[in-house]
Design a protein around this ligand. Structure first.
Ligand code: PLP
Length: 288
């Protein structure tokens, strides 16, 4: 950050940064697995789109940002990492309230790979509760700009914990299922896959599921998903850069089908991790 590489414990932002004060920021998270970034170009595309839509200016070109991300991982030494790139509104040197006067700031960091689901949860499937909390509507904040407006998702998580579940899904303004804290959701019914179309971040892992389905001849669509439809599915899984494709076997107090991780989910999970070794979808980190 601010032109230097630092140990993560020394990387600190100003309390005056509007990224901190107003969540006026966009970011992206890509993971590194076995020394390779996964689908880095798609993450950079989404990040640059968000920066442009928020009318921010990055102090680096795309090729420079790619190099900074690689350097962060190489210097950290992590072979499997969670890598975040952030652009904040920054601060105004004159304390102006006009966002056009702010000097935008770029920050990147690499920390060890983390997952939404533990190893045990990946094996037996997650238990999710659907909270009544409504995701910030797209009319207020464009969800395709990856953002830190998470108070609705955090409220959903507390609702889920109170219910005795392990994580949460929240709903869109019409009461259909939207997304969870850092993940999208899919259902499979009669070998047809479906994921919510509205009020969601278009996740790169979600896109990867569409790509994998096309490869193996499964049909996948984005459309409204009601709570009942989700609970009545043959299989449910969530998707995130933080964990990949993760099975769900219980929603509220309903078991999904027979309560076991399903065949389509397993097939897609296997393929997803295999694809991490495909040069078309991965970029090597050059460690010193
Ligand atoms: N939805 C939200 C709100 C997220 O923050 C994330 C990722 O952090 C996702 C969905 C999943 O997106 P991706 O697959 O690109 O990690």
């Amino acid at each position: 950050m601010d032109g230097q590489y630092l140990p993560i414990s020394e990387a600190k932002v100003s309390v005056l940064d509007w990224g901190f004060l107003h969540s006026d920021a966009t970011y992206d998270t890509v993971h590194v697995w076995n020394g390779h970034f996964f689908r880095l170009n798609l993450h950079l595309d989404r990040f640059f789109r968000g920066v442009e839509r928020l009318r921010m200016k990055l102090p680096f070109a795309r090729s420079e940002i790619e190099l900074i991300l690689k350097n962060c991982v190489a210097l950290s030494g992590h072979k499997s990492a969670y890598v975040e790139m952030i652009c904040t509104r920054g601060t105004s040197p004159t304390f102006s309230r006009d966002p056009r006067q702010a000097e935008n700031r770029f920050i990147a960091f690499a920390v060890p790979f983390g997952s939404v689901a533990t190893k045990e949860q990946l094996e037996r499937g997650l238990h999710i509760a659907i909270s009544d909390t409504v995701r910030i509507p797209p009319e207020s904040i464009d969800p395709s700009i990856k953002n830190y407006h998470w108070l609705d998702l955090v409220k959903g998580l507390f609702d889920a914990y109170e219910y005795g579940a392990e994580t949460a899904l929240i709903v869109d303004i019409n009461g259909n299922v939207a997304e969870g804290p850092g993940f999208n959701v899919f259902l499979a019914k009669n070998k047809q896959l479906k994921t919510p179309a509205h009020s969601v971040l278009p996740g790169i892992t979600r896109q990867t599921v569409f790509d994998l389905c096309a490869e193996v001849g499964l049909s996948a669509i984005a459309a409204d998903v009601s709570r009942d439809e989700l609970k009545d599915a043959d299989e449910v899984f969530i998707t995130s850069t933080a964990g990949g494709i993760m099975p769900v076997t219980r929603i509220d107090n309903t078991s999904i089908a027979n309560g076991q991780v399903g065949r389509v989910t397993r097939q897609l999970m296997d393929l997803y991790w295999k694809k991490h070794a495909d040069p078309a979808w991965s970029t090597p980190v050059l460690y010193p």
